[in-house]
Write a protein that binds this ligand. Structure first.
Ligand code: 9MR
Length: 359
């Protein structure tokens, strides 16, 4: 039974049939959309623009059931100094989510990047352990019961493992060795027992030696954590797809199946298509991007339905892609499901096929 039918049925049992449903239960746009969804869809949000660009807020309300701050919960935003926490941005975003019947994911507790300068002063294992635990306890504790899942550790596998070793260099790895991962998960679980704890990373979908290696290292890490009863509940597949690269559908499906076989849920957390090397023609570019997203999601959904699918941004107007991957021809990047005027592109149709009921 669809959720909508359930709501009507439950109401019908207790209320006079002459009362129009709209008057009894004002169904928000988000709730209506949620009723259509099979898999919840969401996007990374820039909170400031949500408040200053009404078209942006309208698009978020129209399409998203989940939001995640593109920043805001990163150390660089939260921790201006060792002794202080600045919760303004995530507080505003979670208020928006609450007001619109959405949920907010937590991104991210422990990451090698986006660290404020003062953290270079963390130069002993004891200090690192203290700071890691303190940070997680304060941040997860503040939103206890309100954030349904957290990226506890983000991007722990190194970018090119054959050159750099298996795990990504960070303050945490340097001071605590790979035990930092276990410590982060255990601390998060002890702080909020009801939130889903996610290990999140990218580049698992290509048919390259690096991608293959990263898949195998991620599985090794997950197995090790599971063997030690570490409370890791889900694998987050970021999905920053490279526009010109084929998706290794078999490799990705097998990887997802293996991770799921360890008892983990699968989430798609940061989907977009890096289009700096795709043809200039907009129509062609959008079609290729949609095709990559289709290949990526079918490789995953053929074996396991993800618990949610999020893109890293919603409209091409606000995207991180040009920071690292601007186009040589000077044309703007088009990595996301809505164009810069909030019109849906082919990618949005693909996303709806994978997320909406009855499709
Ligand atoms: O999109 C984010 C960008 O605005 C920030 O400057 C950057 C550093 O905080 O992080 C970007 O988001 C990254 C995410 O947090 C983790 N996966 C890769 C994302 C894109 O770089």
């Amino acid at each position: 039974m669809h959720r909508r039918d359930f709501v009507k049925g439950a109401l019908g049992a207790g209320l006079a049939s002459s009362v129009p449903l709209e008057l009894v239960l004002p169904i928000s746009q988000a709730a209506q959309a949620a009723a259509r969804q099979r898999v919840p869809y969401g996007a990374a949000i820039r909170t400031d623009f949500l408040e200053t660009d009404p078209h942006y807020a309208e698009a978020v309300r129209k399409y998203c059931q989940i939001v995640v701050g593109e920043g805001g919960l990163k150390w660089i935003d939260l921790r201006p100094s060792r002794s202080s926490f600045e919760f303004d941005q995530p507080d505003r975003l979670i208020a928006f989510a609450d007001a619109n019947g959405m949920t907010m994911r937590g991104h991210t507790l422990i990451w090698y990047a986006a660290m404020p300068d003062w953290t270079v002063e963390i130069d002993t294992a004891k200090e690192a352990e203290f700071e890691l635990i303190h940070h997680i306890e304060v941040v997860v504790g503040r939103y206890r019961g309100r954030i349904p899942n957290w990226d506890v550790v983000n991007e722990p596998i190194s970018e090119d493992p054959d050159k750099e070793g298996p795990l990504r260099d960070s303050i945490w790895l340097q001071q605590l060795g790979e035990d930092y991962i276990e410590l982060a998960f255990r601390t998060a679980a002890a702080t909020d027992q009801n939130t889903q704890l996610v290990l999140n990373d990218f580049d698992f979908e290509k048919a390259t030696p690096v991608s293959r290696k990263r898949r195998s290292l991620m599985l090794d890490l997950l197995k090790k954590l599971k063997d030690r009863d570490v409370p890791v509940h889900a694998l987050g597949l970021q999905g920053h797809l490279t526009g010109e690269a084929e998706i290794d559908k078999d490799g990705l499906s097998r990887f997802v199946e293996d991770a799921h076989g360890l008892g983990l849920d699968i989430l798609v957390t940061e989907l977009d298509v890096i289009d700096n090397n795709l043809p200039a023609n907009q129509g062609v570019r959008d079609q290729i991007a949609a095709m990559r997203v289709n290949d990526y999601l079918s490789a995953i959904c053929d074996v396991v339905e993800p618990k949610s699918i999020l893109t890293w941004g919603l409209s091409d107007k606000y995207t991180w892609v040009p920071i690292w991957f601007s186009r040589r021809d000077g044309l703007p990047n088009r990595p996301l499901p809505l164009d810069e005027n909030y019109q849906p592109k082919a990618m949005m149709q693909v996303l709806q096929e994978f997320t909406q009921a009855g499709s």
